[in-house]
Design a protein around this ligand. Sequence first.
Ligand SMILES: Cc1cc2nc3c(=O)[nH]c(=O)nc-3n(C[C@H](O)[C@H](O)[C@H](O)COP(=O)(O)OP(=O)(O)OC[C@H]3O[C@@H](n4cnc5c(N)ncnc54)[C@H](O)[C@@H]3O)c2cc1C
Length: 374
Amino acid sequence: MKQQIKKVLIIGGGIGGLSAAIALRKNGLSVTVCESSSSNSLKGAGILQPQNSFGVLKELGIYEQCLNKGFQLNSLKIFDKDGMIISEISERFMDENLPGRNAIWRSELSGILVAKAQSLGVNIEWNKTLKSYTEHEYGVNVTFEDESTLTCDILIGFDGIRSKVRDIMLGRKIHPQFLGMGSWRFPIEFPKSKSFNETLMLHNGSTKIGIVPLSESAGYAFILKPVKIDYWDDKMTRYERVMNIVDQFRGASTLIKEGLSKDSPILFNLVEEVVLEENWYSNRVVIGGDAAHASAPNLAQGAAMAIEDAIVLAEEIDNHDYFYTAFQSYFKRRYYRAQKVQKLSSELIRKELLREEGSEKIIMACHSFLSTAY
Ligand SMILES: Cc1cc2nc3c(=O)[nH]c(=O)nc-3n(C[C@H](O)[C@H](O)[C@H](O)COP(=O)(O)OP(=O)(O)OC[C@H]3O[C@@H](n4cnc5c(N)ncnc54)[C@H](O)[C@@H]3O)c2cc1C
């Protein structure tokens, strides 16, 4: 970037925002990240890093650390509700010689990203929630909820599915689209004798349970189940509700019955997506990750797509004389790929809701599509 960009401000210190900070700082830019939460631990259970994300993790310089802190999975095994195996899909869909999908606690991944960003000189400000921004000829003025202000040359929004940067940029509030399912996620412990290194997926009609090991003794599980758009999941009775769902399965579901403690945190959210028809940029402002293309989680590609956005954005900013053409090229390179993954994810949800056959075909189509470089 030959144009005078000195200060970059990133809103959102999640996976995408921290990745963008690392990639831009490596290119010599001064980068501040403002994150509304008060600590560096990403909320949630585990995250699955598929083989197509390994290249971008290497670019960020955190590949080895992610593998060391994570647990590598050879395959995805799909079972019916009685525990009979239906199919097995290899997680080495790009390279037989590389490890399969890496499963890692979100808090571990966050720790790795924060440490890397800070070692490069990225300034991270916690408890900083963007309230509004205004653009002027030479930059962007940002105001936070605590009424403090910052100025920057370009503003990057990696502020998630309910992105404020996106809504201000587009001049309208985007309401994420509900996809008909609810998702529960929670940590579980395994008895040592049950150690395994595959993702286990159990199907019962439109409901499915996933069990993911993150070490030999612990992991996390998730449930995807149809719910109504106005569904409210009461926290006080969540454990009992999860156990009731799990009771309708046999086979590996005993891992949850034995391994979920009453005191474990259980997260619930509605499954939603954001499909934008507009550009992901306007003047000095650009967005990426879930802010631009949040997808249903069932292909586990959201974080990988956010990191790819971050790397490509940094590359294009470095390659162009003007931020505006850099943003255009970034959008052009990313739009189709992110949209394709999003479409496959929502198609998978649709099939599961309608109890149609063919989920495996969609997973394989996604693997095949993502085998080409980003
Ligand atoms: C149930 C579920 C399971 C998933 N499992 C996987 C998986 O296994 N693998 C995978 O690749 N993906 C998975 N995903 C998707 C993945 O979590 C997201 O795609 C990814 O986190 C997107 O990264 P992001 O940085 O764009 O957004 P986020 O991770 O949402 O980060 C946005 C950040 O911005 C902050 N923020 C928001 N508003 C403001 C503001 N106004 N000011 C300052 N900060 C703000 C938030 O606090 C947050 O830290 C899953 C998603 C869900 C819902």
